[in-house]
Design a protein around this ligand. Structure first.
Ligand code: PMP
Length: 391
């Protein structure tokens, strides 16, 4: 959309639009502001508050004068705390303005025009946009519900070409909640071992929100360490989405290049937020366990309620706080042409905002977040049941 006279979009971002999740959530908020009764189960954000000790640490840091430009790659204390957790050195860690910036840094630092990035679908919406923005070509590999939304060694092998630069793995996954077991990771690693030109991005931001045992890709494939970038952060586990702190752990040369990019875009991440993130990592983590239990109970309730609706098939996610049911039956029964129409219909007729699967590269599904209060979940679920029961 070229709206200003004289303005022309760069070809790299010719088709880049504001994320469908953001558009939908903003639309729901606008309807609510008009007085409509709208429930949004669309955002990937825990409803819990940031722990008090984290906020206190930020306050103390600001009062102590930690208000100046921090080092570009992160404060030494936070980088060391992350390094220690990951069994690496400080030079192998970069702190950024959210995990999202880690992804952008990595792509900007490594992609040449036309380089390919394998993105198993369903994927978090930003993956393909960030790749395209950096001049790369996302190679989307559909992973159906029948294969638990996970890429198989055979389809990975088939997607690799001489131009492949990265594969992006996300476990636990947004939007499917899928978690790769150590065995599945090992099988993918065996394929990747034969293609040394492929780098491996492993987004583990939902690590602490696993309802089955979680295993990090790097521990299943230590021999690939020189090619692995781990992405993680405090947003999801510690309810710190607004503080904007994420990090990357990878080979020093890669981290240095990402730091060079970051230095020209944002400089170091917010100094006060870094002090807060350090307190989160060093503080009492028992809260993580109790919050996970709460989410676990919500998950079971949401899965059961959705499976009771005719035309919806909802697998149980192993991690994160989303369900990604197949709604093709419900779409057909209701006369909706596709998942986007289905979601538009739910918003219009039932005042419920959820995200169509096409935003995640896998149409025919929808994503609901269960990081909402029991009351909102109950209301949202009964609206779906109500509107679909007559169809
Ligand atoms: N990766 C995944 C899979 C996510 O779902 C998100 C947030 N929706 C991010 C990264 C980005 O998180 P952050 O808030 O740290 O930028």
């Amino acid at each position: 959309m070229n709206v200003l006279p004289g303005f022309r979009r760069a070809s790299r971002i010719a088709s880049l639009e504001i994320s469908e999740i953001v558009q939908l959530t903003e639309h729901a908020a606008a309807l609510r502001a008009e007085g409509r009764d709208v429930i949004a189960l669309s955002t990937g954000e825990p409803d819990f508050p940031t722990p008090a000790h984290v906020i206190q640490a930020a306050h103390a840091a600001a009062l102590a004068g930690k208000t100046r430009y921090p080092a570009t790659a992160g404060t030494p204390e936070l980088r060391d705390a992350i390094a220690q957790r990951n069994g690496v050195t400080r030079a192998e860690v970069i702190v950024s303005t959210g995990a999202k910036q880690v992804l952008a840094n990595a792509m900007l630092a490594s992609l040449d025009e036309g380089d390919e990035v394998i993105v198993p679908a369903p994927y978090w919406t930003s993956y393909s946009d960030i790749v395209a923005m950096a001049g790369g070509t996302p190679v989307v590999v559909p992973c159906s519900m029948a294969q638990s939304f996970k890429i198989t060694p055979a389809s990975l092998r088939a997607a690799i070409t001489p131009k492949t630069r990265w594969i992006m793995l996300n476990s636990p996954s947004n939007p499917s909640g899928a978690i790769y077991s150590a065995g599945e990771q090992r099988a993918l690693a065996d394929v990747l071992a034969k293609h040394p030109h492929v780098l491996i991005l492993v987004d583990e931001i939902y690590e602490h929100l696993s309802y089955v045992p979680f295993s990090s890709f790097k521990s299943a494939a230590p021999e690939l360490a020189e090619r692995i970038l781990i992405v993680n952060g405090v947003s999801k586990a510690y309810s710190m989405t607004g503080w904007r702190i994420g990090w990357g752990v990878g080979p020093a040369a890669m981290i240095r290049a990402m730091g060079a990019v970051q230095g020209q875009v944002t400089s170091g991440a917010c100094s006060v937020s870094q002090a807060a993130a350090l307190a989160a990592l060093q503080g009492d983590e028992s809260l993580l366990e109790s919050r996970r239990e709460t989410l676990h109970a919500r998950r079971d309730k949401v899965v059961a309620a959705l499976n009771a609706v005719p035309g919806i098939r909802c697998p149980t996610p192993d991690g994160a706080f989303y369900v990604f049911p197949d709604v093709t039956g419900a779409m057909q029964r209701g006369g909706y042409a596709n998942d986007a129409d289905f979601c538009a219909g739910l918003l219009d007729r039932a005042g419920l905002a959820i995200v169509p699967g096409r935003a995640f590269g896998l149409p025919g599904h929808v994503r609901l977040s269960f990081a909402y209060s029991e009351a909102e979940l109950d209301a949202g679920l009964s609206r779906i049941a109500e509107i679909l029961k007559g169809n």
